[in-house]
Design a protein around this ligand. Sequence first.
Ligand SMILES: NC(=O)c1ccc[n+]([C@@H]2O[C@H](COP(=O)([O-])OP(=O)(O)OC[C@H]3O[C@@H](n4cnc5c(N)ncnc54)[C@H](OP(=O)(O)O)[C@@H]3O)[C@@H](O)[C@H]2O)c1
Length: 190
Amino acid sequence: MGRLIYSMITSLDGYVADEDGHFDWAVPDDEVHAFLNDLERPVGTYLYGRRMYEVMVAWETTPTVADQPPGIQDFARIWQAADKIVYSTTLETVSSARTRIEREFDPAAVRQVKASVDHDLTVGGPGLAAQAISASLVDECHLFVVPVVVGGGVRAFPDHVHWRLDLLDQRRFDSGMVYVRYRTTGPGAG
Ligand SMILES: NC(=O)c1ccc[n+]([C@@H]2O[C@H](COP(=O)([O-])OP(=O)(O)OC[C@H]3O[C@@H](n4cnc5c(N)ncnc54)[C@H](OP(=O)(O)O)[C@@H]3O)[C@@H](O)[C@H]2O)c1
């Protein structure tokens, strides 16, 4: 049985991209990348909304050769080795290996995938994750909080969700970024 993890890098005020659609402030430095890579290593399947996929697919062609920093090479290898399921009504083809398109988000099908694998899964971005959260499919939430306030943009969490969580782990980095890992203790519970 795999756990479904919602993992994002967010501003302190809870945005994954600012009002201009930028998230350059969220780019991990070497220290964070090394930590993040170890978290991603056991993840065998990524569930992506189309917008998140369009950003992440760059890792398919990121060279894993020596002119890249080790953390970048490592993440590219991890990303390329995982299966991807992209949710989209508009995407016609994908440009990465191990990738298939789903035309609708069916919670029962995701539950079945979770039950049939022995590795973890992640879900992102927030638009797709909101549906997984609402369907009580998310087991853990991993947030990297960047020491920046951006005032608006794409929110990490949807409205009207009331979630109780247990803190499992935390870590601070030299950049001021903080990692928090939570387990859901009753999705939808108040
Ligand atoms: N902070 C960071 O480190 C970071 C990293 C990468 C990206 N980002 C940002 O994160 C944001 C992405 O999140 P998002 O919430 O905007 O988008 P998203 O959840 O990644 O993707 C939304 C899209 O997924 C598809 N989708 C969603 N639900 C579906 C369903 N039930 N059935 C079929 N398709 C479905 C739709 O694609 P169609 O329109 O094709 O139907 C929808 O437009 C972007 O702003 C991106 O720039 C931030």
